[in-house]
Design a protein around this ligand. Sequence first.
Ligand code: AMP
Ligand code: GLY
Length: 423
Amino acid sequence: MLNILIVGSGGREHAMAWKIKQSTKLNQLFIAPGNAGTSLLGTNIPVGVSDFDGIKRAVIENQIDLVLAGPEVPLCEGLHDFFSSDEQLKAVRFVGPQKLGAQLEGSKDFAKEFMMRHQIPTAKYLAVTSENLLEGLAFLKTMAAPYVLKADGLAAGKGVLIINDLLEAEDSLKEMLDGQFGSASSKVVIEEFLSGIECSVFAITDGKDYRILPVAKDYKRIGEGDTGLNTGGMGAISPVPFADEIFMKKVEDRIIRPTVEGLRKDDIPYNGFIFFGLISCGGEPMVIEYNVRMGDPETEAVMLRIKSDFVDLLIGAAEGTLSEKNIEIDTRTAAAVMLVSGGYPGDYVKGKAITGLDRIENSMVFHAGTTQKGEVVCTDGGRVLAISSYGENMKEALDCSYKNAQLIGFDGMYFRKDLGFDL
Ligand code: AMP
Ligand code: GLY
């Protein structure tokens, strides 16, 4: 029986907490910092994800046996390394890669070089800094529109620009290098544009073996028909009809296995999740990006479809015993619909009272950005709640989430009503 600490505070962490709570291997559950939803499943600890000393105190005080890192930021900052090098923490099981492996998400250039080295299918690219700007501008001229420019470092999902006009792309390249995204864009990756439909594939690995989690599709744009600004994600559906057995076999053979083997060959220790952001180009999977964590809101659909004991998988990843663990997947569909604050992803107001949470039937409500104020649950972010449901098919799962979404209310609430339109 383990005491488990989840680091993070979003819908992803709430969904993981919900799944972990069902495990027979759990003793006590803690979430740092968590939100109003996670407080119903475990004990929230008011410590931020980058406060390593605060996390250390929480781990010691609560005799934590296993830490699960939700978001990428503490991993890229070296939270796992901090544990490995601390006498009091090094025996604690940790799920999430060390700083070096986290570079797969923390540096686009690192990820691209890794893929080239291991012949993993991805778009052609060039990494540009102020030193080789001229080469970058020449490379742009050799490409056809649209032009894809990516800040090398973490930019909270905002560091990718897709530009139709060459002159504009040239200007943007210079602006990025001049600090448009701070130090994250002091290096820029210029990439060939790939067209196709995207999906999110997840694996959990101990660095030797891996298990593939349910595949999902997320909806990043704010507007219906995939229009308007990018968001953290407006909803997710799992499984994804086009990611059928044939497609997934290609993904495993060409992408997942070569990635795990590549990490070994490169001596990059890695235990935790790998999120493959893929695009299907006429049925051929290509990697758009790696993330070193689960997706959000994909997790709010994926957790519903994992039938096996999730803690057992986490133990396998942390201890290097994943070869002994099985993953069983629910054949039903799961859909998560995100309710967001009016104005998001632009400016929005927090602190709006949420009503109707007690009226939900047959759905799970995962809190993404909420806080408890006395008796009232209030909005505390752009993405507020994910309503997740099962169905025998996509329509049934979405209908159930939409029906429940109508019962929830807060000032300015918005959600997309067309999820799944492209599947
Ligand atoms: P990323 O942060 O790398 O996932 O990029 C954000 C989004 O930009 C992706 O989900 C894609 O929709 C789009 N994108 C990124 N790279 C490419 C590419 N090479 N071709 C087409 N679209 C891309
Ligand atoms: N849903 C995409 C992400 O978590 O990055």
